[in-house]
Structure formats: C-alpha cells, structure tokens
Design a protein around this ligand. Structure first.
Ligand code: PLP
Length: 420
C-alpha cells in the first residue's frame, strides 16, 4: 500500500521567502546578477561580544546538554533586558530560550489551543502563524490591516471576535509588523489589554523588530497591567544582533506558562545550545551600543528604499514607521499590466531581463489582504538597493517581456482588478 502523508503534512504551507530565495540562488549560480530583497535577513555581522563569547564558549567546552528552559546566565540576561528596555517586570523564571522566535508560535499554540478554538490574526500576517494554528486543529479568524489606517489593528474587530466567535481563545499580535512595517501604538496596546484582561484569552505578541522603530520607541503589551498572566512575547537575536544563523530567541511569559513551554522544549529540542546562549547573553549585556549603531544604518536604508519606491509612478509606500521592510502599494500597476503582485515580483526576478533581476515578494505571500503590494527588505548594500529600484521603471516598460512572462506563467495573470 502506498504511504500516505497526514492531512496536516499535505496541507502544510511554508514561508514563501525561502522558496523565492532558492530561485534567486539558482539564478545566481547560473550567472544572473540578482539583488536579493526577498528575505528578512541582516546584511551586517553579528555583534562583537556575541562572536568573541561564542568562540570562547567553544574553547571552554560548553558543548553539552543543558536545562531545557535555558542556562541561568541567559535567563537572567534576558529578564534584565526586557525589564530595562521595555519596562516589563520579568524574572529569570519568566524566560524560556529557543532557537529563534518562530518556534514559540508552535509552543504557544500547543500551550493554549484545542481543536476548534478561534485565533484572531491580523492580515497580512507572518506566514508560519497559520500552520502552527492548524497543528492544533484550531481556526484562524482574520481581521484586515489597512494602509489607510497605517496598518493599525481595528479594535472593533477584536471586540467582535471576543463577542461573536463561538470559541475565542487567542490573539496574535505582531508589532512592529512584518510585512507592513506598521506599529501598534501604546494606546492601542492599552485598549487591547483592557478588552482581554481577566478573560480566558491568550495573546502571542511577536516582537522580533523591537529595535527597529523609527518614530518613537517600542512598547510591549507585556508592560500593561496583568498582561504577564495572559501573554507570551517572543524576541529574537536574528534582527537586532544580526545573529539569524546562530538560531537564538526567547519568550517571556508567566512562570506557570514558562514552565509549560519549558516542557515543550524538553520534549522536542531538549535544549538550546549553551554556546549560543552564552553568546546571546553577552550580546544582551554588552552590545547595545553597537546594536543601536547598526539600527541607524537600517533606518537609513529603509528611508532610501521608501523614497526611491515612492518616486516610481503609481507606487505608494507609507513613511517608514518600523522594521527593515518597505510594503509598497502597486495595485494600479498590477491592474494596468494584468499581473498579480507576486507575479510582478517573480517577473522582476526571472522575466524582466536576462542578466539582471530583483528578488522581492508579492504581498499575497502574507495572506489575501496583502494583494496588490510588494514587500522589499533592505538586506543589500545601499548602492545595490538604488540599482535595483532604478531598474523597476525600465522593467515595467518592457511590455513584450511582460506579455511573454504571462504567456509562460498563466497563474500570474490577474483575474479581477485589485481595489485601488
Ligand atoms: C514576524 C516574525 N516572526 C518571527 C520571525 C522568526 O525569526 P527567528 O529567526 O527568530 O526565528 C520573523 C523573521 O523574519 C518574523 O518576521
């Protein structure tokens, strides 16, 4: 009998950025010059203390199993960090370490969701939220973020979810937001906390871009009264400390929830490498000046990218609020050319030129509400960003190439115009 995969495995959707990355790398291997703006990685080196402490930890043979929730040095450094920087009243017992922030989506869902439970997610959304909700047989309920509202969550939709969903259980927040670059202002966090306080509602607060707020400063819902009892916040070293390949992040939760998530680490990963935890603790304790200097470089890149994209006819991006992404509305261009936004992204990579391409993502890679947008990250040097954006008007004017791309890629044809 043929071996069948589970229904879950067969329906699993993945982060498209990694699929586009594979195409970009293949084209580069074949000799094409590709500017890679698809993946949210840092072009900078990991910070100095992280590197030196990691090397030292290897030399000191810190190369064995350790406690599942984390080594004491790491848990203390992480608790001090969120207390100092985000005014969150955390102790080491509130911290669980993991290989990045993403894994806490799964552990949060395992901690709180039963089959059939409703989970409110703001769309566009980080693509791995859905498979992690589906792992538990729970239901994703969507609320659209709008460019006209600076991509702020609609509080009326939260009220509606709490009042009308047959089994409301959780809310996913992501501020600063990937892919839109939006921020949930402190007053909205307060209002959300007021809506859920004391109810059987858990919040996953995904905060990987906590140091990339370009207007004002970062706020976590965990700092709101009582929220430590109802929220799990996730942080990563991938963005702030340019440590994506080390795989390091942590979550902050009540002691009871942290103990439960520690059991999930125990039963899946066993532990996070102590070498990596020591490097991360050193980054938190010693590298904030270097980190903030690098953040300013990101800000400069985002401003450059936004200005250049807004200079293209019928492209419209908001002034940079946060993150290292620019989410630009290209709906009028898609409508005119009869191409989907992800079709346009792939055309810029594969079809617009034989020797040069730009890798970026269509907004629909982040859910239907992203249709009509392109997401650019700024993971390349500034001169390469400029070269890429300067090429776009030329690429859009090559109507013969667009026609033949649509001919050979019928899925890229736009079936009905996007709303403008
Ligand atoms: C919103 C969001 N959540 C989670 C992650 C995962 O980051 P990590 O590398 O820490 O797993 C990312 C990375 O791009 C992200 O953008």
């Amino acid at each position: 009998m043929a071996l069948t995969l589970s229904d879950f495995a067969q329906s699993l959707t993945v982060e498209t950025a990694f699929s586009v990355l594979a195409v970009a790398k293949q084209l580069k291997a074949e000799g094409k010059d590709v500017v890679e703006l698809e993946v949210g990685d840092s072009p900078f080196d990991s910070t100095a203390s992280a590197k030196s402490t990691g090397i030292e930890a290897i030399q000191n043979n810190q190369s064995h199993y350790c406690a599942s929730p984390g080594i004491p040095e790491f848990r203390k450094a992480a608790a001090d960090f969120v207390s100092r920087e985000f005014n969150v009243d955390a102790k080491p017992e509130n911290i669980v370490v993991g290989p990045g922030a993403k894994v806490f989506e799964q552990f949060f869902c395992e901690a709180f969701l039963n089959p059939g439970d409703g989970v409110l997610v703001f769309s566009p959304y980080f693509p791995t939220y859905l498979p992690n909700i589906q792992r538990r047989g729970a239901r994703m309920v969507l609320s659209d973020l709008k460019q006209s509202n600076e991509f702020r969550p609609d509080l009326a939709d939260i009220k509606k979810f709490l009042a009308e969903d047959p089994s409301p259980k959780a809310i996913f927040l992501n501020s600063p937001h990937n892919p839109t670059g939006g921020v949930i202002p402190e007053e909205d966090l307060k209002a959300i906390a007021d809506l859920i306080r004391g109810k059987n509602i858990a919040v996953f607060s995904d905060e990987p871009y906590c140091h990339m707020v370009w207007q004002g400063k970062h706020h976590s819902i965990l700092a709101q009264p009582g929220m430590m009892d109802q929220c799990v916040s996730a942080y990563t070293f991938s963005k702030s400390y340019s440590m994506s390949g080390w795989r390091l992040g942590f979550c902050v939760a009540s002691e009871a929830v942290a103990t439960s998530i520690g059991k999930m680490v125990n039963t899946t990963l066993s532990c996070t490498p102590p070498i990596v935890q020591l490097a991360g603790a050193a980054a938190l304790n010693c590298d904030s000046v270097e980190r903030d200097e690098v953040m300013l470089k990101f800000r400069e890149k985002v401003v450059l990218l936004t200005n250049k994209l807004n200079a293209i006819e019928n492209f419209h991006a908001l002034d940079p609020h946060a993150t290292f992404y620019v989410f630009v509305n290209v709906a009028p261009v898609c409508n005119q050319l009869g191409i989907t936004s992800h079709g346009l992204a792939l055309y810029l990579l594969e079809g617009a030129d034989d020797d040069f391409g730009i890798a970026c993502l269509g907004g629909e890679c982040f859910g239907e509400a992203g249709q009509g947008f392109l997401r650019f990250s700024c993971a390349e040097p500034n001169d390469r960003l400029e070269q890429a954006i300067d090429f776009i008007p030329e690429a859009l004017s090559r109507t013969d190439r667009i026609a033949s791309y649509l001919e050979s890629h019928p899925a890229a044809r736009l079936k009905a115009p996007y709303p403008v």
